[in-house]
Design a protein around this ligand. Sequence first.
Ligand code: NAD
Ligand code: USQ
Length: 394
Amino acid sequence: MRILVLGGDGYLGWPTALHLSHRGHDIGVVDNFVRRQYDHEMGVASLVPVPNLRHRLQMWEQVSGRRIDGFVGDLTDAPFVERTLDRFEPEAVVHFAEQRSAPYSMIDRQHAVYTQYNNVVGTLNLLYAIAERDPSIHLVKLGTMGEYGTPNIDIEEGFIEITHKGRTDVLPYPKQAGSFYHLSKVHDSHNIQFACRIWGLRATDLNQGIVYGQETDETTMHPDLATRFDYDGVFGTVLNRFCVQAVVGHPLTVYGQGGQTRGVLDIRDTLACVELALLNPADKGEYRVFNQFTETFSVRQMANRVIEAYPGKVHVEEVEDPRVEKEEHYYRAAHTKLLDLGLLPHLLEASTIRSLLAVVDRHRDRVDVDAIGPTVDWRRTASALRTTSGLSAG
Ligand code: NAD
Ligand code: USQ
């Protein structure tokens, strides 16, 4: 299959591109490198060094004998999106290319506006380009479990049957997102569903949980093929952060009571889920939603898993929650559709955490302890980040 991977320089896009290439598909990657710019803006860096895309693509060709085409440009630039589809002529597009940090989107007005513009406009440009060029292209779009929030009822996979005043319908599941970033995904979902309805596009919205891990079968083929690993207070996700904190002797930063429960998955399962969605495409005109996670844990349970796996002493620090979120709540979310397609999950075993701890240990000299603490407060409309960094966030 000819597959274009948008966001192919990022944490998940890069290993997905390698995996699909390794499986024999013809791959193109698209990126504007804005993720690398956020690092400069925040004064942080990936724990694991990541060479530039050109070098990584050359290295992949050397190691695997397979070529991946690179396209550098911005999805908010509609002519670029159109040209790229014309040049690559994909049968499927996997879309990872968004600003994906909830804290980043909550820094201030400017970052909220940037996030929603980047994500919603980029996706809209893509929908138009697909509709005008080839509506049979299957769009596999990365959404998030955070679109649903934490309702006091079971979460279904995208849709819920509701009976109201004696009448019944199957409707999009109610969305109660927890940040302007998560809301950008809600807006995307609506736009994609609408495009499928009016233009007959085919799309799979992967409502993914929090990803942990860093190594995949392909990224370990050469050190220069590694993917990024974020641990800072803005871009680091919780389990990856806890592993770094354990190794450098920083207390695990459990926000609030730590009862926040989320769906999580191993990075290797991200690759497998995307591949399953591609190999079993949505029908013409179909908009479908898969909940993409394999297990659920509370933040405190995740901390405990790391404590159990780490050979040394680890402390937990209950940090006042910088976010506005329920710290104790009901959480049960359906996630059967990918399992039905054949997903065989990697579960969060102590051995998985230990291999992640080993990655961290190899790069422990690169950890900037000052970057670990949370810096973005949901309750403030202009974050303290501006004053603590001494730089304008603009
Ligand atoms: P990432 O930031 O590492 O990668 C995203 C890539 O997209 C970056 O390389 C960035 O430069 C690029 N990009 C962003 N905006 C672009 C634009 N306008 N034009 C071209 N390129 C652009 O993020 P990630 O962790 O790899 O996440 C990928 C996707 O998966 C995101 O959509 C994210 O919301 C979703 N997701 C991630 C996680 C997770 O735990 N990492 C969980 C659920 C969903
Ligand atoms: N948390 C802590 N301590 C920390 C960091 C986070 O307790 O040091 C808590 C947060 O308060 C939150 C939970 O852990 O309750 C998850 O936070 P996170 O930063 O790991 O994840 P989140 O902000 O939800 O975002 C990440 C990705 C995003 C993706 C989302 C999937 O950055 O791209 O969409 O996970 S989901 O959570 O299912 O929405």
